[in-house]
Design a binder for this molecule. Sequence first.
Ligand SMILES: *[C@@H]1O[C@H](CO)[C@@H](O)[C@H](O)[C@H]1NC(C)=O
Ligand SMILES: *[C@@H]1O[C@H](CO)[C@@H](O)[C@H](O)[C@H]1NC(C)=O
Ligand SMILES: *[C@@H]1O[C@H](CO)[C@@H](O)[C@H](O)[C@H]1NC(C)=O
Length: 251
Amino acid sequence: MDSGACLLSLLVALSTVSHIRSEPILRLPSEKAISSDYCDSWRLAVETNNAGAWERVPVNCVNFVAEYMTGGRYRRDCDVVGNLSLAFARSVRLVGDGRDAWVFDIDETLLSNVPYYEETGFGFEIFNETSFNNWVNLAAAPALPANLILYNELKELGFRIFLLTGRSEYQRNATEANLLLSGYRNWERLILRRSSDQGKSATIYKSEKREELESEGYRIRGSSGDQWSDLWGYAVAERSFKLPNPMYYIP
Ligand SMILES: *[C@@H]1O[C@H](CO)[C@@H](O)[C@H](O)[C@H]1NC(C)=O
Ligand SMILES: *[C@@H]1O[C@H](CO)[C@@H](O)[C@H](O)[C@H]1NC(C)=O
Ligand SMILES: *[C@@H]1O[C@H](CO)[C@@H](O)[C@H](O)[C@H]1NC(C)=O
């Protein structure tokens, strides 16, 4: 059966079931029902946010995600996003008053935590704050190559760069050290969660911070992040660029 016919029969099957049970027409299969050849479709549903919030990589997709992250595909996907971001940036007419801004997230955007997630099942294990903080303190995350290139090009073009991360103030030193070690220089400001920001969803916290930048007169031309919560909410950028991340979801 080709994939179109397959989808059609799935839709028919689901609508029949939903007719009987009056459930929503289309839902993702439960975690256990996801077979390994379904994982690329699962990944697309996750990236487009059709899947909504999800807690962990389905057990049957762990190998798929590991292969995706380390087998070259992730790198290529990020390169495409980086190139498209740069093409947009070059099309922007900068005012040139030092207020044209670009906002970057950090984790899985400027820095790659793949070495950490390799040790923890690529998103299969539930997030462990203690062990992740230990990793952050090592300041050993490599740069995400596509975004290091983009970052440097944006600086050349005259954008002011703001780093807006869900990491907390107490991680400032380790985060700065890691950014410098992996090649990033001369950002305008590094914004981390203060105690008053704890407990806010990423969407609210990041929207509030972007709004503060706008009230200082910055025009947020572009924004890059691996989570939708880096990009949407309010005070959004003129263009937002979503990096892939099939390992975890942050609301
Ligand atoms: C991205 O752009 C660079 C430089 O123009 C080019 O060498 C590379 O092939 C592009 N990569 C992709 C995946 O489009
Ligand atoms: C979380 O990580 C810490 C440090 O590696 C470890 O001691 C602890 O057992 C882990 N907690 C869970 C629930 O796995
Ligand atoms: C961070 O670094 C600064 C200057 O290098 C130092 O004074 C401060 O004690 C450090 N803070 C922490 C929490 O390590």
